[in-house]
Design a protein around this ligand. Structure first.
Ligand code: DGY
Length: 325
């Protein structure tokens, strides 16, 4: 008998076909996330869940799914999943690390440059019919090359952003209490206070956890240069949105570029959306065609491995195995 699987959105065919071929799978075809009540119903008989970062996999969902053997998240981040509860129930959780590192780093750097050189403001200026002549002081920004970049969280993506900064002759600082033994030629380890006070650009690359929730709030923004640009491609709640709004409105910092927000989606009438010195994108840093295909395949491989009782190729809670095997 084929294992039963629920897929919470239509993911790219490359990965979806692997699941459809070997499982009795149902796919949620809606453009928006599966409504919570329906999701709790759909998981009742399933053995595997192929889910997205927009699905909350918590104790209530796990209670509703007594036959669940594996949770596979179509993302590298997994703050939407109660991993400790999965572990306690012997359920391995998969994610998609590695394949989106450079795609996300490209996007973080694109946001950094767009904010520094006011590219989105410039495009809006033209679209709004304001462009009447060349102007000596028109839309002046700050230079990226030769600046100091502070990277908060020096894992795979943070390091990939640092490599890009080298091409712009930047000095790179990083803050990461968990990173050890990194090449000092690439970046200098500093504490958060020094990073914030010395950087022209601050780019966030930490996972969301209790420890990193609102890591950047009013006090941290006040430590930054008034000319600085903040970039967030990690998770929205790492930055306190109210504090950021005030800091941008009162020029405590010069600009921000956000691919992730709190909440998500950010409503179109949220004041951050209309601020000229803030760029807001809809969580698309990993959204290249090639990368989203690779993520779909990895998530499928994780799911199928879990269903067959094999170790997941990318498992966020490997401590689950001694409990089951
Ligand atoms: C992730 O994978 O965690 C990103 O936020 C979306 O690709």
């Amino acid at each position: 008998m084929k294992p039963k699987v629920y897929v919470t959105r239509r993911v790219p065919d490359l990965g979806l076909d692997m699941v459809l071929k070997t499982c009795e799978a149902e796919v949620w075809e809606g453009e928006l996330p599966v409504p919570r009540d329906l999701l709790l119903e759909k998981v009742r008989d399933i053995n595997g869940l192929y889910c997205l970062l927009t699905d909350r996999v918590d104790e209530a969902l796990l209670d509703a799914a007594p036959n669940l053997r594996v949770v596979s998240n179509y993302a590298v981040g997994y703050n939407n999943i109660a991993v400790d509860v999965c572990t306690a129930r012997g359920i391995p959780v998969g994610n998609t690390p590695g394949v989106l590192t450079d795609t996300t780093a490209d996007f973080a750097f694109a946001l950094l440059m767009a904010a520094a050189r006011r590219i989105v403001e410039g495009a809006r200026y033209v679209a709004n019919g304001k462009w009447r002549t060349w102007g000596p002081k028109l839309l002046r920004g700050v230079d990226v090359y030769g600046g100091t970049l502070g990277i908060v969280g020096f894992g795979r993506i943070g390091q990939a952003v640092a490599r890009r900064a080298r091409g712009f002759d930047m000095r790179v600082l990083y803050y990461d209490p968990y990173a050890e033994g990194l090449d000092p030629d690439v970046a200098d380890a500093v504490d958060l206070e020094m990073l914030l006070s010395q950087s022209d650009f601050v780019s966030i690359h930490v996972p969301l956890s209790d420890e990193t929730h609102h890591l950047i709030g009013e006090a941290e923004l006040a430590q930054m240069k008034s000319t600085a640009v903040l970039v967030n491609t990690a998770r929205g709640p790492v930055v306190d949105p109210d504090a950021l709004l005030r800091a941008l409105q009162t020029q405590v910092i010069a600009a921000a570029a956000l691919d992730v927000t709190e909440p998500e989606p950010l409503p179109p009438d949220h004041p951050l959306v209309s601020l000229p010195n803030c760029i807001v994108c809809p969580h698309i840093a990993s959204a290249s065609i090639a990368t989203r295909n690779k993520m779909a395949v990895i998530a499928a491989e994780n799911l199928l491995a879990g269903l067959e009782g094999r170790h997941l190729p990318h498992c966020v809670n490997p401590e689950v195995y001694p409990l089951r095997w």
